[in-house]
Ligand binder design. Structure first.
Ligand SMILES: NC(=O)c1ccc[n+]([C@@H]2O[C@H](COP(=O)([O-])OP(=O)(O)OC[C@H]3O[C@@H](n4cnc5c(N)ncnc54)[C@H](O)[C@@H]3O)[C@@H](O)[C@H]2O)c1
Length: 258
């Protein structure tokens, strides 16, 4: 297989939420491919810091503003990207809003989550996907979660203050898996592929008791770091995966295989 199959050189890739835990690592790894990376989230100043750090390394990374739950904002971003960089080749839906606090969090928090994480994700597929379909090529990678495949493992959190988990996350991460299949089927005839990745937990200095139990539950005996997701994203964005669409691939150190 030619190594060029993995190339994203000069491609235009939109990554939502490029300053967060997973997003910062994705921004760095995607930037190294030689693609033009557009980061988009509500806090542009935070993204500009990332863009400046990557630009200083000689990469092409730009910051744009987006409220994913607002259709006008999604459409405006699409117009700005097309005008400034030309047609988009790849979209990574990484952004997530976590407004709901616990199993009994307010209904308004659930609704706010759906605005961004359900309606918003659909809008990203609708507007950016349609443009890719019109161009006759493109790849969308959705960042899901192992929590879109399995239910909460309450036993991992015993003795910590992390155990009160919100239902919205399981709802929209589970929904993302089948939304991926919907758009893979819709856009497939236009050579636009849509896939989902299901990352495991990211190491973020969690309590020792949780870390021990979580790591033992994986096959690789560790949590994820900022370098673990990028390879799978690059693979799914590139021609190396040209016959792969509609899948949900765990990137979880074996967590869901056990
Ligand atoms: N952190 C983990 O352990 C973990 C595990 C599995 C999957 N994931 C998934 O990985 C992805 C990244 O997670 P993370 O932990 O890095 O998240 P994070 O909270 O660190 O970052 C989320 C990003 O989304 C952006 N965002 C929030 N609301 C937005 C909106 N309305 N419009 C545009 N952008 C918005 C934020 O600005 C932020 O940059 C998410 O999809 C998450 O579900 C994370």
């Amino acid at each position: 297989m030619s190594p060029d199959l993995f190339s994203l050189q000069d491609k235009v890739i939109l990554l939502t939420g490029g300053a967060g835990l997973y997003g910062r690592g994705l921004a760095a790894m995607l930037a190294q491919t030689g693609a033009k990376i557009v980061l988009a989230a509500r806090d542009v100043a935070k993204l500009q810091v990332v863009a400046d750090e990557e630009t200083a390394k000689g990469h092409h990374v730009f910051a744009e503003s987006l409220d994913q739950g607002d259709e006008a904002s999604v459409v405006a971003l699409h117009e700005r990207i097309t005008a400034r960089f030309g047609p988009l080749h790849g979209l990574v839906n990484n952004a997530v809003l976590r407004p709901m606090k616990g199993a009994n969090g307010a209904v308004e928090q659930f609704a706010e989550s759906m605005r961004v994480n359900a309606t918003g994700v659909m809008l990203m597929h609708r507007h950016f996907g349609a443009a890719m379909a019109e161009a006759g090529r493109g790849s969308i990678v959705n960042i899901g979660s192992i929590q879109g495949i399995i239910g909460p493992s309450y036993e991992l959190y015993e003795g910590t203050n992390m155990g009160d988990m919100p239902p919205d996350y399981w709802f929209h991460k589970g929904g993302m898996v089948n939304l991926t299949r919907f758009y893979a089927a819709l856009y497939g005839p236009k050579s636009v592929r849509v896939n989902c990745l299901a990352p495991g937990g990211f190491f973020n200095h969690q309590p020792e008791s949780f870390l021990k139990r979580y790591c033992e539950h994986t096959m690789l005996n560790r949590m994820a770091d900022e370098t673990d997701l990028g390879g799978a994203v690059i693979f799914l964005l590139s021609d190396a995966s040209r016959y792969i669409t509609g899948v949900n691939l765990p990137v979880d150190g074996g967590y869901t295989a056990k």
